[in-house]
Structures are given as C-alpha cells and as structure tokens.
Design a protein around this ligand. Structure first.
Ligand SMILES: Nc1ncnc2c1ncn2[C@@H]1O[C@H](COP(=O)(O)OP(=O)(O)OP(=O)(O)O)[C@@H](O)[C@H]1O
Length: 344
C-alpha cells in the first residue's frame, strides 16, 4: 500500500541511530558507524555492516563513528549516515515526499552544535526539522507523567552523554548534561587493562567486557576471558577479568555521574524532591543496563531507582510520541526548529 506519511523521528545517538516513522513505529535501529574508502571517501558500508568492520578494517578502509559525546564530530560523515538511513526508511516504507524530521539532541548542546544538526537534516532533504531535548524524549518514552504538576526524574545514559533531569508541568526544572556515557566506560576498561596487565584491547572488546560482566555494584562476582595484544612482546595473550575489577576500572565515570546526580538533587525544589522520593528515579539509555548501576545509585542517593522498560529505545520512542503529538505539545518542549510552524 502506498502511503504519504511523512514525519520521521530520529534518535541520532553517539552509539546507535533509531528511526521512528509516524503511524508505523520504530522502523530502524543500527549502530552510528560509517565505513569509507581512504582517499576517495567512497562509502563502503553504513550501520550494522560498518560496525562489524570497526577495528578490523584493512589499510584502505576506515570505519568512523561521526558523533562523539552526543554531538556531531564529523559533519560530512554524519550527513552521509543520515542520508543513507532516511533514504532507506523512505524507500522501505514507500514515502515519497520530503519528510518533516524531529531529532533528539542532548540538553546542553551549544547553538553551533544545534545548527550543525539542523543543517545536516536539511542537507539530506528534510522539509522541516525540529529538535527535542534528550531528557524530555527519554521521560516521555519511559511513560513519565511529565505534564502533571509533580516532579519526575530521569537519567539517560547513552554512548556519549548522560542526561539528568527533573521535569514537571511539561518542562525541565533542573537538568545537567554530562559528556560522559558508555564510551567513557569502554575507555576506562582499555586504560585499566593496559595499566594492570600490559595488554592492549580494542574498543569492541572493551564493550564486550562491559556488557558481559561490567558492573557498578557487584552482587555476584563473575569472570570473563579477555584476549588482547601484549604491550612488550606484541603477541596475543589472554587474561581473566572479574566484575570486581570492572567496578575499580569504572571509578572515574561512575563518580562523574553520581556527582552530577547529587548536584541535580541539591538544586531540585523541595516539593519536587519529595515527589521524587515517593516515585523514584527512572533510568533510560543503553548505559543504564550496566549491572548494579540502579543499586549503586539508590544506595548513594537514598532514593528508589527503577530501570525503564527497554531502556535502549526509550529516547526514540519518546521522540516518536512527541512527533505524533507535536501539534499539541507545548512549544517549550521543542527546542528550536528550522521552521516554527509544525503543521501537516
Ligand atoms: N548491557 C549493557 N550494559 C552496559 N552498557 C550497555 C549495555 N548495552 C548497551 N550498552 C551501552 O549503551 C550505550 C549506547 O546506548 P544508547 O543507544 O542509549 O546511546 P546513544 O543514544 O547512541 O548515545 P547518546 O545518547 O549519548 O548520543 C553504549 O555505550 C553501549 O555500550
């Protein structure tokens, strides 16, 4: 059936890109990676296929993650990636008109960074582009009643950023956006293993360790076999890592997040604090899946903490919902757009 639906919501993440089409739901979820041929910049692969090449490319191919710390680090490659995915979705869903696009961005991004996102979207053919702040999308996606006169608190831990926010009456009351996310945890593991074992591992191995045994708080110590390259001999070597060791390795990024959560709680008006004490803090984003993070946070803040359903898709689902409801949403929710009128 041919359809003319033309509103697309994008969670343009450091680690993953998720696309939502109005009326159809989530239609795409792929890693934010592009593989290019060196010299010619010919696109060899995008998304899942390019991700498989990370750290394994021959000399003539380079696999790039164009977003860093939640924002566009390589404008041209981001444009290539957006164009690839938007075209794929439009073709697959048989959408023929230039889409209206809503993109989710970190709450703390600068005007220059916002313009880069808006420009990339317009360059790839969007008719209009709207931006929504990540913690708002995360809270909507997690089903929090953000329009009510009650405090809701959400922490979204992505690949590049952590967004911490208290919302009430449809707006952000207090928020902090940290350039610390899952990538920092991977880097911390790489450093730890190099310092402790003289062993070099790649970012994919680090992520594998993190997902398997990485912990913020250990209830049951687990082991994981890690293969890397010996710094001295240059030869492959295996070591066994434990969950306890990952807690040690993660000390710095964990502290950065906990300190920011404390700052947000300290700045929260007392009425809203008491709502948060009653209803708890909701965790979203892939980084929130780190074993024991909810326990550690609850222990350190003395506030109940809950993991949202399907935390990896919360922001995209929230963006999708905001897209469906954009005509009715208060303009305060939508940061800035390339065109003030969001009409059909
Ligand atoms: N089970 C898991 N345990 C720990 N971390 C995980 C797990 N699964 C995914 N992650 C991490 O979650 C991060 C990706 O999360 P998500 O897709 O929410 O981020 P993003 O939207 O791409 O990033 P950002 O919002 O910062 O731009 C990656 O760092 C990934 O390693």
């Amino acid at each position: 059936m041919v359809t003319f639906s033309k509103k697309i919501g994008i969670d343009l993440g450091t680690a993953n890109i998720l696309v939502y089409v109005k009326g159809k739901g989530m239609v795409l979820q792929e890693p934010s990676v592009v593989a290019l041929e060196k010299g010619t910049n010919k696109v060899m692969a995008v998304g899942e296929e390019a991700w498989r090449m990370l750290g394994r490319t021959p000399g003539n191919i380079v696999a790039i993650r164009p977003l860093k710390d939640g924002v566009i680090a390589d404008f041209e490659v981001t444009e290539i990636m957006l164009k690839h995915f938007i075209t794929k979705v439009m073709k697959r869903k048989r959408l023929f008109r230039r889409p209206i696009v809503m993109i989710c961005v970190p709450a703390g991004i600068t005007g220059v960074e916002k313009r880069a996102v808006l420009e990339a979207s317009m360059q790839v053919g969007a008719r209009r582009t709207l931006l929504i702040e990540e913690p708002i999308a995360a809270a909507i996606g997690a089903g929090l009643p953000i329009y009510e006169p009650r405090g809701s608190m959400v922490i979204d831990i992505g690949g590049g950023t952590t967004e911490i926010a208290v919302l009430s009456l449809g707006g952000l009351v207090v928020s902090e956006s940290l350039r610390v996310g899952g990538d920092r945890f991977d880097e911390a593991l790489i450093r730890y293993i190099k310092d402790k074992y003289n062993l070099i591992i790649g970012e994919k191995t680090a992520e594998e360790i993190k997902i398997n045994i990485g912990s913020a708080y250990v209830e049951e110590d687990q082991e994981f076999e890690v293969r890397g390259r010996d710094v001295m001999t240059g030869l492959p070597r295996n070591i066994t890592m434990t969950s306890e060791q990952t807690v040690e390795a993660f000390e710095e990024p964990l502290h950065a997040i906990l300190d920011a959560v404390r700052r947000v709680l300290e700045k929260t008006p007392p009425e809203l604090s008491s709502d948060i004490m009653d209803r708890g803090i909701i965790l979203t984003g892939g980084g929130a899946l780190l074993h024991g993070f909810d326990k550690l946070l609850s222990q350190k803040t003395e506030v109940p903490v809950f993991l949202a359903d399907d935390p990896l898709t919360c922001v995209a689902r929230g963006t999708g919902y905001a897209l469906e409801e954009a005509d009715r949403l208060s303009s305060s929710l939508l940061v800035r757009s390339s065109d003030a009128n969001f009409k059909k």
